[in-house]
Design a protein around this ligand. Structure first.
Ligand code: B12
Length: 147
C-alpha cells in the first residue's frame, strides 16, 4: 500500500516487517504516525522476504527505513536483514531503524539494542513506550521537520 498525502517536503519512508512476521497493525500504526507528521510512506506489509526488502529499498532509495517486528523474532531477523541492507552500496548511509517487541522477554537490559546498533541499525525502539523517542528521532533527520 502506498499513500502519498504529503507535499514535496518531508521524508520518503519505507515501513516494513521481516519475513517471519505476519502482524500488520504495527505497520498500519507506523504508517499513520509518519503520515501525520507529514511524511510519505511506502508500507511493504507483513512477511517481506529479505531479497524483496533489499530490492525495494534499492529501487526507492528512501530517506528512512523503518523495520517493525512484534512476533518475538525481531532481534534475530533484524541482525540478518540489516547486514543484507548495509551490504548494498546505495543503502550504506540510509538511516535504518528497528522497533517493536523484538524478543520474548521484554526490553531486557539494553544488550539486545546494543547488538542491533553494532550490526548496523541507527536506532532501536523497543515496545510502545518508545514511540515518543521515535517521533523525536524522525524530527532530528534532515527534512524530518516540516516548516
Ligand atoms: C493480533 C495478533 C496476532 C494476529 C495478527 C493478525 C494481523 N494481521 O496483524 C495473528 C493471530 C496472526 C498472530 C499470530 C502470532 N502471534 Co500475535 N498477537 C496479536 C496481538 C493480540 C495484537 C497485535 C496488534 O495488532 N497490536 C496492535 C498494534 C498497533 O500494536 P503492536 O503490534 O504492539 O505495535 C505497537 C508497539 O509494539 C510499537 N511498535 C511496533 N513496531 C514498532 C516499530 C517502531 C520503530 C516503533 C517506534 C514502535 C513500534 O508501536 C505500536 C503502537 O504502540 C498481540 C498481543 C498484544 N495484545 O499486543 C499478539 C502477539 C504480538 N503475538 C505473539 C505471538 C507469539 C504470535 C505467534 C507466534 C503465535 C503462534 N504461536 O502462532 C504468531 C506469529 C505469526 C507470525 N508469523 O508472525 C506475541 C509476541 C510475543 C513477543 N514478542 O514477546 C504477542 C505479544 C502475544 C503474547 N503476549 O504472547 N498474532
Amino acid at each position: 500500500m502506498e499513500r502519498g498525502k504529503a507535499g514535496k517536503a518531508g521524508l520518503n519512508v519505507v515501513v516494513t516487517t521481516m519475513v517471519s512476521d505476519s502482524h500488520t497493525w504495527n505497520l498500519v500504526f507506523l504508517q499513520l504516525l509518519l503520515e501525520e507528521l507529514g511524511h510519505r510512506v511506502t508500507n511493504l506489509g507483513p512477511c517481506v522476504p529479505d531479497e524483496v526488502l533489499a530490492a525495494e529499498c534499492r529501487r526507492r532509495r528512501p530517506d528512512l527505513i523503518v523495520l517493525s517486528s512484534v512476533n518475538g523474532h525481531g532481534y534475530n531477523d533484524g541482525l540478518r536483514v540489516v547486514a543484507g541492507l548495509r551490504a548494498c552500496p546505495e543503502l550504506r548511509g540510509t538511516p535504518i531503524v528497528i522497533g517493536g517487541k523484538l524478543g520474548i522477554a521484554g526490553a531486557e537490559d539494553g544488550a539486545r539494542a546494543r547488538a542491533l546498533l553494532a550490526a548496523g541499525f541507527d536506532a532501536v525502539f523497543e515496545e510502545a513506550a518508545s514511540v515518543d523517542a521515535f517521533r523525536s528521532y524522525v524530527r532530528s533527520l534532515p527534512a524530518g521537520v516540516l516548516l
